[in-house]
Design a protein around this ligand. Structure first.
Ligand code: NAD
Length: 324
C-alpha cells in the first residue's frame, strides 16, 4: 500500500497514533497543525513530510491522494468539506459532523466526486466487535432482541463535548452496525453536574422498526471502568468486554424456552459459557488499512460514509431529546 500519499491535519493526542500508522502503511507527505511546538516535534520525527500550519498548502498539492483529519470535533465538517472539494479522499475522526444535514452534505460531495469519505469509527474494526457481528449474522444467538452498552469511568471530564458525543459515538456506531437499522425512537436523559450545558451522565434508549431495542449508559462520573456491550438473542447471549485482556467476547448459552403444551409459561435454560478466539490485531491499524484499500480500490458504494450518517443522525436526535 506504499503508493497512496497521505497528508494529516491534527497532530495531538489521537493524531499521533494515526500518523504512526499511516507512516508505516502509506507515504506520509504532509503534516499540518496549528501548534508551532507540534510542528517542530513532528518535523524532526518525520523528515520526509512537509510540515505546515496551512491546510490549503496540503490541498494544493496535486500529488496528494488523501487527507486524514484528527482535529477537534467542531472543526471536522468544514475541513472535510474543503478536502473533498479539493478532490482528496478523506478519513475524518468521529463524528465527521455535528448535524445530520452537514453529514448529508459531505456524503453528497463524496458521491458526486467518487471520493472516499470514511469516519473513524474505530470499534467497527475491533476483532471482538467483528466477532459479535459474525455471531449475529450467522444467527448463532437466534433473533437479536436487545443490545445495551456500558461506557463508564471516573474521568476524563470534558468541557466541550458531553458524554453522549464523546463516549456515545463509539457505542452507537456498534449498535447500529449490529442491528442494521436506524432507530425510529431515540430518547436520552442526562444531567450536567460539573460544567454547565455539558452532560456528564447520559442514559439513552433506542427502538428500531423491527422491535429490537437498545440502551447506552454513558458517564465519566462513575466508580466502574466499563467498556462493555451485551447482546441478548432469543437463543444465546453474548458480551464484548474491552476491559478483558483475553476473553474479549463471551457467549452464554442462556435462553428462555416454552415447554410444549404450556402456552405462555416461560422457563429458562443455562448451558455452556465460552469465549471464542478473537484475533489480537490492533483495531487502529485495521482501520487505517481499510481506508487505504478504499482509496486504492474506490469508495464501494460509500458504505462507511452512509454508516457515519446514520450515527450522526442518531446523535442529532438523541441530543434533541436530551435538551427537550
Ligand atoms: N477513535 C478514538 O478512539 C479516538 C480517541 C481520541 C480522540 N479521537 C478523536 O480525535 C480527534 C482529535 O482528538 P485529540 O484528543 O487528539 O485532540 P487534541 O486537542 O489533542 O489534538 C487536536 C490537534 O488539532 C490541532 N488543530 C485544531 N484545529 C486546527 C486547525 N484548524 N488547523 C490545524 N490544526 C488544528 C490542535 O493544535 C491540536 O494539536 C477528535 O475528533 C476526537 O474525537 C478519537
Amino acid at each position: 500500500m506504499g503508493g497512496v500519499t497521505v497528508g494529516q491535519i491534527g497532530l495531538g493526542y489521537w493524531g499521533k497514533n494515526l500518523v504512526r500508522n499511516f507512516d508505516e502503511l502509506a507515504e506520509l507527505t504532509w503534516l499540518c497543525d496549528a501548534s508551532a511546538e507540534l510542528q517542530q516535534q513532528f518535523a524532526s520525527r518525520y523528515p520526509g513530510a512537509h510540515v505546515t500550519a496551512d491546510f490549503t498548502a496540503l490541498l494544493a498539492d496535486p500529488a496528494l491522494d488523501a487527507v486524514v483529519i484528527a482535529t477537534p470535533v467542531p472543526t471536522h465538517y468544514a475541513l472535510a468539506k474543503q478536502a473533498l472539494e479539493a478532490g482528496k479522499h478523506v478519513f475524518v475522526e468521529k463524528p465527521p459532523a455535528m448535524k445530520g444535514a452537514e453529514m448529508e452534505e459531505l456524503l453528497a460531495l463524496a458521491e458526486e466526486r467518487e471520493l472516499v469519505l470514511m469516519p473513524g469509527h474505530l470499534l467497527l474494526y475491533h476483532p471482538g466487535v467483528r466477532k459479535l457481528k459474525e455471531l449475529v449474522e450467522a444467527e448463532e444467538l437466534g433473533d437479536l432482541l436487545c443490545v445495551y452498552s456500558n461506557r463508564q469511568n471516573l474521568g476524563i471530564i470534558r468541557r466541550d463535548e458531553n458524554a453522549l458525543w464523546s463516549l456515545g459515538v463509539h457505542d452507537l456506531s456498534v449498535i447500529l452496525y449490529l442491528v442494521g437499522e436506524e432507530p425510529e425512537e431515540a430518547i436520552a436523559h442526562g444531567n450536567a453536574f460539573l460544567n454547565p450545558g455539558v452532560e456528564d451522565v447520559v442514559f439513552c434508549y433506542l427502538r428500531f422498526p423491527s422491535g429490537k431495542i437498545a440502551h447506552m449508559h454513558l458517564s465519566w462520573l462513575d466508580p466502574h471502568k466499563m467498556r462493555k456491550l451485551t447482546v441478548v438473542g432469543r437463543e444465546k447471549m453474548a458480551v464484548f468486554d474491552d476491559m478483558e485482556l483475553e476473553r474479549k467476547v463471551t457467549i452464554y448459552e442462556k435462553a428462555p424456552w416454552e415447554p410444549a403444551g404450556t402456552y405462555g409459561e416461560w422457563r429458562t435454560r443455562t448451558g455452556d459459557i465460552f469465549s471464542p478466539k478473537v484475533a489480537n490485531d490492533e483495531p487502529l491499524r485495521l482501520e487505517c488499512q481499510h481506508f487505504l484499500a478504499l482509496v486504492q480500490n474506490g469508495p464501494d458504494g460509500h458504505k462507511e460514509a452512509r454508516d457515519g450518517l446514520s450515527v450522526v443522525r442518531a446523535l442529532d436526535r438523541l441530543t434533541e431529546s436530551l435538551r427537550g
